[in-house]
Design a binder for this molecule. Structure first.
Ligand SMILES: [Zn+2]
Length: 189
């Protein structure tokens, strides 16, 4: 399977210039982990692991203006993956802002803008790491394996499903639960 089969057009559109490289990344349903570092590589953004930083990560232009992602390597691997995806969200925001105007930043609105950017970067990260097509495929597999296709199942079973899918995708259960809610992937217990 290729990324072109698991992401919708809105995500493919975000990768514009590098869309071909992005679309062609292979993913195996038996090992359904989105390769965030490979995605950063497609964008030619180096990812540096640091154990001496206090925040989870950052993206900053270095030297010739090329951005570099720093990620806190002392945090859990799922957390690091989310951080890299989150920083990629900032990268696309930066690109978008560059394309728009270069008006002077309104300092009084800085905090709310920053907060807004955090929300956008988080939702980008969630969509990048947990594309719905992939989540749905894994849901169907789980339901089949547990003989629960078209059958009601309990809240405990829902949590068991989310836990297993999150583990397979190398995302946190919390993040997957939020994605279920955001995408209205409601499974009636
Ligand atoms: Zn951020």
């Amino acid at each position: 399977m290729k990324y072109s089969e698991i992401y919708d057009d809105s995500m493919l559109e975000i990768f514009k210039n590098e869309s071909r490289l992005f679309e062609d990344i292979e993913i195996n349903i038996e090992e359904p982990v989105i390769d965030v570092e490979k995605i950063a590589g497609v964008l030619k953004i180096p990812v540096e692991k640091k154990d001496d930083i206090f925040e989870s990560g950052s993206i900053t232009p270095k030297g010739n203006g090329t951005p570099v992602i720093e990620v806190n390597s002392s945090e859990a691997p799922v957390r690091q993956r989310f951080t890299i995806a989150h920083e990629l969200g900032h990268y696309f925001l930066m690109e978008e802002l560059k394309e728009k105007t270069n008006r002077t930043p309104d300092l009084s609105s800085y905090d709310s803008t920053q907060r807004e950017h955090e929300i956008i970067a988080n939702s980008f990260a969630a969509d990048l790491l947990m594309p719905m097509e992939l989540v749905k495929k894994l849901m169907i597999t789980w339901l089949e394996e547990n003989n629960l296709v078209n059958k009601p199942f309990s809240t405990i079973q829902l949590l068991a499903m989310q836990t297993e899918i999150a583990k397979k995708m190398q995302v946190s259960v919390e993040a997957l639960k939020i994605q279920f809610k955001t995408k209205n992937l409601v499974v009636k217990a």
